[in-house]
Ligand binder design. Sequence first.
Ligand SMILES: Nc1ncnc2c1ncn2[C@@H]1O[C@H](COP(=O)(O)OP(=O)(O)OP(=O)(O)O)[C@@H](O)[C@H]1O
Ligand SMILES: [Mg+2]
Length: 243
Amino acid sequence: MAKKVIEIKGLNYSYPAGAEALKNINLDIYEGESLRIIGPNGAGKSTLLLHLNGILSGNSHIRVLDLEVEERNLPRIRSKVALVFQDPDDQLFMPTVFDDVAFGPVNMDLDKEKVRHLVKKALEAVGMQDALNRSSHHLSFGEKKRISIATVLSMEPEVLILDEPSSNLDPKARQHLIDLLKRFRLTKIIAGHDLELILEICDRVAVLDGGAIVADGDTKAILSNKSLMELHNLEVPLSLKLK
Ligand SMILES: Nc1ncnc2c1ncn2[C@@H]1O[C@H](COP(=O)(O)OP(=O)(O)OP(=O)(O)O)[C@@H](O)[C@H]1O
Ligand SMILES: [Mg+2]
């Protein structure tokens, strides 16, 4: 039996000024799984992901890699569980691309040579090696997305959490990302609307709507269920319609 990497029991969350964003979420994620979280705008996808490394915390029990998600465990959790925000401007804050991608490894107290090597490898993985000395803020949105992904790859995480990773990527960069995610054998949790990408990468899908999980199971079975998909403002991907 595969190891349980993430365990969420009865997670509820309300934003201070807002309505209830998550309602009684129960979810177990196992080592090596690729889980896709789909659902309409405002369903709670990003809110759920932000709980997985303690950026938000509700009144719930969440365990990640055998650690309770609580203040004293956050440094250890964040060195192993890497999250890429939906908006790259939330991810990038250093003066240069190098500094942004090196930030994680530098904080892990690795020596300079090792940091350089990890940064180079991460930038190559997203096809942005030529941007090393540029300012992150002068890049296009799609380029920023790619650098954001590099900022977590450089940490060689055990769990990769991506919020809308393919939005704004051109077709070549998107295919590059798909190939990269296929090669990344560890646990992946990906939120987003790019349903064809799910078919290529994820074996399991959870549907979130109104802050609750309304379906969880095999990717093809869920994505080809027309009535379920339409009920939650989603669409059967073209490639499944044609079959
Ligand atoms: N900072 C915030 N303060 C108050 N309410 C918020 C905040 N962020 C999100 N919400 C609300 O919480 C709910 C869930 O939002 P969330 O961003 O998790 O949705 P999502 O599924 O990621 O949507 P999208 O597909 O647009 O990315 C929405 O009703 C949203 O309006
Ligand atoms: Mg979102």
